[in-house]
Structure formats: structure tokens, C-alpha cells
Design a protein around this ligand. Structure first.
Ligand code: COA
Length: 155
């Protein structure tokens, strides 16, 4: 999945085996530190591993941090079937009902329309005043501009 240019179109590049394993290790460490994280997605009867969906704490500072982010990445053969939205609904419910969070955010490059559609389907709201330049990307990088979506716990 992380070596597929379609999946990594909105990131700086594809990952090598070592980089992908390091990402998996960071996800494990995040679970150990926070007791929540990016879940592996299993589609029963279809795929034992289809990608990841879940909650994480961004490691960079911005106007909206500290915060909890919802994110997703699926192998391309599982796109277009509603799996990301279904898994994200479960992650939001976990964040609000089990963790007791007041707000969950999500962000992506401005041009990542499939991801933005997931955010909209979840009922997340985009305020252009929240748009930001990702601090991990250099000035002038085409993916630097990011949009932020927010959703608050229903009272
Ligand atoms: C972002 C990503 C997970 C979205 O995947 P997706 O398949 O478009 O989203 P879903 O799984 O929610 O599927 C919804 C789509 O399936 C369609 N669909 C088909 N059958 C469906 C069903 N039974 N139920 C729901 N939706 C269905 C929907 O109409 C929708 O299509 P649309 O967006 O063209 O309107 C995927 O593009 C991806 O992994 N991208 C690479 C990684 C990435 O960029 N991650 C985000 C970084 S912030």
C-alpha cells in the first residue's frame, strides 16, 4: 500500500520497505503512549489487511494543536466501496463516546478530494480560515497547503 504511487499521490512520495515498517512501528508506539491509534482495517471475507483508519495525535505544532486527528489510508483496490467512511464513523464514535473527546480534526492537502469527501460525509466542517501550511514541507512545495476539517461531539 505505502509503495503504491496512487495511494501516495498526496504525500511527498512512496515509502520503501524500511520506511513503511518504521511507520508501522510509530503506529504501535502511539498505541502504547496514548492507548488509541490507527487501527488496521480488516474486511471480513475480502482482505485481512486493507489499510488503516483511526485516531492519532499529530507530532507537529500548529494553530489547532494539541488535537486528535482522524485519518485513513486504504489500498487502492478497496477504494470506492464506502469502507473509509464506515471505519471513520467507528473511529469518531470511539473518540467521542469512549475517549470523551470534545473535538476531532482531520487535515489533508487541498487537492486530496477523495479524502475531503470522506470528511464531508462524516459531517466535518471546513473553515477556510483554518487552512495552513504543513510545517514538515518546505516553502513552495506543491503539497504544502492543507485544509482542516473539524467535528465536535454532539451534546
Ligand atoms: C482517502 C481514501 C481512504 C478515500 O477512499 P474512498 O474509497 O474514496 O472512500 P470510501 O471508502 O468512504 O468510499 C466512498 C466512495 O465509495 C462509493 N461507494 C460505492 N459503494 C458504496 C457503498 N456500498 N457504501 C458507501 N459508499 C459506496 C461512494 O459513492 C464514494 O464515492 P465518491 O467519493 O466518488 O462519491 C482513499 O482515497 C485513500 O486511501 N487515499 C490514499 C491515502 C490518503 O490520501 N489518505 C488521506 C490522507 S489525509
Amino acid at each position: 500500500m505505502n509503495a503504491d504511487p496512487r495511494v501516495m499521490e498526496h504525500f511527498s512520495g512512496v515509502l520503501s520497505r524500511e520506511e513503511s515498517d518504521a511507520l508501522a512501528a510509530r503506529i504501535d508506539e502511539h498505541f502504547a503512549e496514548h492507548m488509541f491509534g490507527l487501527w488496521a482495517v480488516e474486511i471480513p471475507g475480502v482482505a485481512p489487511f486493507a489499510g488503516f483508519i483511526g485516531l492519532s495525535v499529530p507530532g507537529f505544532q500548529a494553530r489547532f494543536t494539541p488535537c486528535v486527528e482522524i485519518g485513513w489510508r486504504l489500498a487502492a483496490e478497496h477504494w470506492g466501496r464506502g469502507y473509509a467512511t464506515e471505519g471513520a464513523h467507528a473511529a469518531l464514535a470511539f473518540g467521542f463516546d469512549t475517549l470523551g473527546l470534545d473535538e476531532i480534526v482531520s487535515f489533508t492537502t487541498a487537492g486530496n478530494l477523495p479524502s475531503r469527501r470522506v470528511m464531508k460525509r462524516l459531517g466535518m466542517r471546513h473553515d477556510p480560515a483554518d487552512d495552513f501550511d504543513h510545517p514538515a514541507l518546505p516553502d513552495g512545495h506543491p503539497l504544502r497547503r492543507h485544509v482542516l476539517y473539524r467535528i465536535r461531539r454532539a451534546i
